[in-house]
Design a protein around this ligand. Structure first.
Ligand code: ASP
Ligand code: MG
Length: 410
């Protein structure tokens, strides 16, 4: 939605689907760059302390981006000869809690939308926003339009939710790191959930969670294809996030490789190996509202052990300070050391459930590149390692190759 030209393209595409007999609800994002522009203005004028009152106004402000793009899209559709009406989240209403800048959708009233659809209109609903109990405008966090779209699709019991975005689907990994990365025709919902939480930025994770909860079939496809491509071809393009593990699913053991540099590692060296240690360390960290991802406790030596965990990089300084100033002395730890130059690389695939040796293949591929693994964590369908940040791209490329992800699965 970067320009009037692009909005016209969207209108023509929507009109194509509507004329093919589909009832259409469209959830636009803001025009590109608009949310950043608005938030930058607010930053210039911001008070010294970012309190609730300030966050309320941020939402009030940022929500206008989608209000503009939605109205413009309705106008462009009318110009195409389609009846169209746009609504802001509060007009629908999309009810959320009051957590400004990261609100969660609680309910959607579909009455008005259904009436418009029945009257033959295309309905446009602003992405990214809703309204709280007290009537305040709220937003859902950056990238929140994805979540709005899925939530609306769930409320309307839509046949499918098509997410048009700047990539043409979900890839085995980021093609900017591995040029041989391949677009997946289908990916299971669970894999998508892991990939989104592990750092693949294609969809806001909340939208994937929503799709899972309400079983909304989701398709990620490109907004850059010409609007007049064949509708049947378009309907099969991109990546389908599917709930059925049927024979059409690609049968690879590993479906994708995710990575991110969002974390940092903290270690407490030489803490006594006694009951309650993990609780005392991580309890204090949780008290400070800092989320912990991976955790490792080493074998003890003469009653002492080393304890490491990762936190988001934004919380790194705060967590380290907390441990140094308080916990470490209390526990008699020898030292607190931190490392922000790490990254997490993960392999994801539902095939890991039924195959053995997947993790060891991963470790072998990394060792063949001379990459040292600092931490490991696993779940049913993923294995993650923490390694030195400077080997991230090398690791991703090596794993992509080791698991034959550049090859179409048999
Ligand atoms: N406009 C909002 C943002 O830039 C929501 C979205 O695009 O999904 O984060
Ligand atoms: Mg987006």
């Amino acid at each position: 939605m970067g320009s009037t030209e692009r909005i016209r393209n969207v209108a023509k595409r929507v009109a194509k689907w509507a004329r093919a007999g589909h009832q259409m609800v469209v959830v636009p994002s803001a025009m590109s760059g608009e949310t950043n522009r608005l938030l930058a203005l607010a930053k210039e004028l911001a008070p010294p302390k970012a309190d609730d009152a300030f966050h309320r106004e941020l939402d009030q402000l940022a929500a206008t981006g989608e209000q503009a793009s939605s109205a413009l899209l309705a106008i462009a559709l009318q110009a195409e000869g389609m009846a169209a009406v746009s609504y802001s989240g509060w007009q629908v209403a999309i009810k959320t809690n009051s957590a400004y800048t990261k609100a969660r959708i609680e309910s959607i009233d579909d009455a008005r939308v259904r009436a418009d659809l029945a009257a033959g209109k295309v309905v446009i609903i602003t992405g990214f926003q809703g309204v709280d109990e007290a009537g305040n405008v709220t937003t859902l966090g950056r990238g929140g339009s994805d979540t709005s779209a899925v939530a609306v699709a769930a409320a309307m019991k839509a046949q499918e939710c098509l997410i048009y975005t700047d990539v043409d689907g979900v890839y085995t990994t980021d093609p900017r790191v591995v040029p041989e990365a391949r677009r997946l025709k289908t990916v299971s919902f669970e894999e998508m959930l892991e990939m989104a939480s592990l750092g693949s930025k294609v969809l806001q994770i909340r939208s994937v969670e929503f799709a899972g909860k309400y079983k909304v079939p989701l398709r990620v496809l490109s907004s850059f294809t010409p609007w007049d491509i064949d509708i049947h071809e378009e309907a099969k393009s991109g990546t389908l996030i599917s709930f059925e593990e049927d024979e059409n699913m690609e049968q690879a053991v590993v479906s994708g490789i995710a990575f991110n540099r969002d974390e940092a590692k903290i270690s407490l060296l030489g803490v006594p190996d006694t009951p309650g240690i993990a609780y005392q360390i991580l309890g204090a960290v949780a008290q400070a509202n800092i989320e912990v991802d991976m955790i490792i406790q080493n074998v003890s030596h003469e009653g002492k052990t080393d304890f490491s965990f990762t936190v988001h990089r934004n919380d790194f300084a705060r967590a380290t300070d907390l441990l140094k100033s308080d916990i470490a002395t209390k526990l008699g730890a020898r030292q607190v050391v931190g490392d922000a130059k790490i990254c997490k690389v993960s392999i994801v695939g539902i095939g890991m459930r039924s195959h053995v040796g997947v993790a060891s293949k991963m470790f072998r591929a990394l060792s063949e590149e001379g990459i040292n693994i600092q931490m490991i964590s696993t779940s049913e369908i993923k294995t993650s390692v923490v390694i030195d940040e400077k080997y991230m791209e090398l690791a991703v490329r090596a794993l992509h190759k080791a698991f034959d992800l550049d090859q179409q699965p048999a």
